[in-house]
Design a protein around this ligand. Structure first.
Ligand code: ADP
Ligand code: MG
Length: 567
């Protein structure tokens, strides 16, 4: 074992030295020594050496002993250096943990900052970093929808195409099918036309494979709900301009333009006959999908590659809204909370570096702390600091550790979920992601702890964000929100159940993230109130939600004309 190396060398050196001493001893002394451990028997051999050889052997023994001792000194000093490096790593970890701390007092400040920013964003255009975009969705699905609808969900690393046959209250979802297509990396930086043509072609292939059990209702044209999960300034239920790309997309020519037009032109080019009936954000789609099954759904959150939130707002509180107030009196607001910022948010050197190197410096601050696209890279940046300042992985610094995004959030969650005694999953990920091998258990423990710190911060901040929205609509138990649904207006009412529909690979697959999020929400709301707040995974709800919104906003005769208030 490595820890015995210097001792073994000392011992060996000492043995050689004793051998030399024994050569010089009297026969009687030598006799006594024969009862000693085996390694003292060496002198016997030297008795038969020719004259003069004794001195040579003695000299050799002294030399060997000296080398052994020197070796021991080297190892001991290496051990001391390693200890120093480990102490440095632990100091870096400690400092990072302190910078990331999210005690409940800080979370409360973040909740309040979120509420303030939500008000400001609703008051005036550009009034806050929170864009608080009206979605034009003032009717949510009720269950009465009928017919065949398509959905296209674009918003991250993959896009999904989906068709669904709706059978009204009785039949509900009669049949649905979907396919997932990954977006070639180079298309994320290609022109807008190239990106949308690729999507239209894949959609056309999918439509061509429409099988039995799918049929339009009467003369209904094929209609599409388009989930486009980037910040959009909605101009109607089926048009909207892209504010800016996020999540690594940089396609030319699209910001400032109507994205539905891009899609429709591409569909025409590939000969696909389909009408876009609803343009929605994935959060709005998730809200609609959740509401279809559960009328207590008031908020929807996405925690995947990126993060966002939407909720049902009282239309008369949207001061910046210039149009007629919707009949329902309510409107779904897309907060675009990925861009939320507050000085209370814990930010570190790793976050600053990540932001500076990103395609959108200064933007999406909350998303960069919380979402799947970034958390893995934050871990990598802390490891890189440890490699540079404390040689945690020895010399030279492993080249892959210096490359951004070599450590993904799924990598991070695999390490963080490692329950083996020797943290062998951590070792495996370090090998897979960075080609780092031969790590000690101490190093693996440090890596694990960094994952824990980044995950805890992200999960707790997301939990605080949710409580911020609940507070804004009066469902946080304090009775202070602006919503007509809180206890503030009617204190004698029993608290209403509120369901938060949640979607996204980060929340779905990262168990510890989910636990930290839930724990923070419960801490902030208190045990009693949190019993009435349920976070429900609504897997792929945004796809079917977009199809449902295409149905509830369809101009065809199947349109749901029920005046369904959505509160
Ligand atoms: P998108 O957000 O791209 O629409 P998803 O909702 O499926 O897609 O989320 C995918 C993201 O979720 C990935 O980019 C990754 O960041 C995160 N993710 C997926 N699997 C895991 C996992 N096992 N652990 C942690 N994060 C994960
Ligand atoms: Mg998604």
């Amino acid at each position: 074992m490595r820890t015995n190396e210097p001792f073994a060398l000392w011992t060996w050196g000492f043995k050689v030295f004793c051998t030399f001493v024994c050569v010089k001893k009297s026969p009687s002394q030598r006799h006594r020594q024969h009862k000693s451990p085996e390694w003292f028997s060496l002198p016997k051999m030297s008795q038969n050496l020719p004259k003069g050889m004794g001195k040579t052997v003695a000299g050799l023994a002294v030399a060997v002993a000296a080398v052994a001792c020197a070796g021991a000194v080297v190892i001991v000093s290496r051990r001391i250096r390693e200890r120093g490096q480990r102490a440095k790593c632990l100091a870096i970890l400690d400092e990072f943990r302190n910078l990331c701390a999210t005690p409940v007092s800080r979370l409360r400040q973040i909740v309040d900052a979120m509420v303030v920013e939500m008000h400001a964003g609703l008051a005036t255009e550009g009034g806050s970093r929170l864009k608080m975009l009206p979605s034009f969705v003032d009717v949510l699905p009720t269950g009465d929808e009928k017919g065949l609808y398509y959905a296209l969900d674009l918003g991250g690393t993959n896009f999904r195409v989906l068709r669904v046959q709706l059978g009204g209250k009785e039949g509900r979802v009669i049949k649905q099918e979907y396919e997932e297509v990954s977006i070639p990396h180079k298309l994320m930086a290609a022109s807008g036309q190239e990106l949308f043509e690729f999507i239209a072609k894949e959609l056309a292939h999918f439509v061509n494979r429409e099988g039995d059990g799918f049929r339009p209702h009467g003369n209904q044209k094929r209609e599409l709900g388009f989930t486009f999960s980037f910040p959009v300034n909605q101009t109607s239920i089926n048009s909207g301009t892209l504010v800016q790309w996020t999540k690594g997309f940089t396609c030319d020519g699209v910001p400032g333009k109507n994205v539905v037009q891009f899609l429709e032109e591409a569909m025409e080019k590939v000969g696909l006959k389909m009408r876009v009936t609803a343009l929605v954000n994935d959060t709005v789609g998730t809200l609609a999908g959740g509401r279809y099954w559960n009328e207590d759904v008031m908020v929807a959150i996405i925690l995947g590659t990126g993060t966002n939130a939407c909720y049902v707002e009282r239309a008369d509180t949207i001061n910046k809204w210039n149009g007629l107030l919707p009949k329902s009196g309510t409107m779904v607001i897309n907060t675009e909370w990925g861009n939320f910022w507050s000085s209370h948010l814990p930010k570190t050197y790793a976050d600053e570096g990540l932001d500076a190197d990103s395609v959108n410096p200064g933007e999406q601050g909350f998303e960069k702390l919380v979402s799947g696209m970034y958390m893995g890279d934050i871990v990598r940046r802390v490891l890189l600091k440890m490699a540079q300042e404390a040689e945690i992985f020895g010399k030279p610094i492993p080249p892959k550790l210096m490359q951004p995004y070599t450590l993904s959030t799924p990598h991070m969650s695999k390490m963080h979920g490692d329950e083996t005694r020797d943290l062998r999953n951590v070792a495996k990920v370090l090998k897979d992601a960075f080609n780092i091998t031969n790590t000690s258990l101490t190093v693996r423990k440090i890596v694990y702890m960094i994952c824990d710190v980044v995950c805890e911060r992200g999960g707790r901040l997301a939990g605080a964000g949710i409580v911020g929205i609940l507070k804004k609509i009066g469902r946080d138990g304090t009775g202070t929100g602006s919503g007509s649904w809180g206890q503030g207006k009617n204190i004698s009412c029993k608290p209403r159940r509120t369901v938060v529909a949640m979607d996204g690979g980060l929340y779905e697959h990262y168990a510890k993230f989910r636990e930290y999020l839930q724990a923070a929400a419960t801490e902030l709301l208190g045990e009693e109130v949190s019993k009435n707040v349920v976070i429900e995974l609504s897997k792929d709800g945004s796809g079917i939600g977009a199809a449902l919104l295409a149905a509830s906003h369809s101009p065809s005769p199947t349109r749901n004309t029920v005046d369904s208030t959505i509160a």
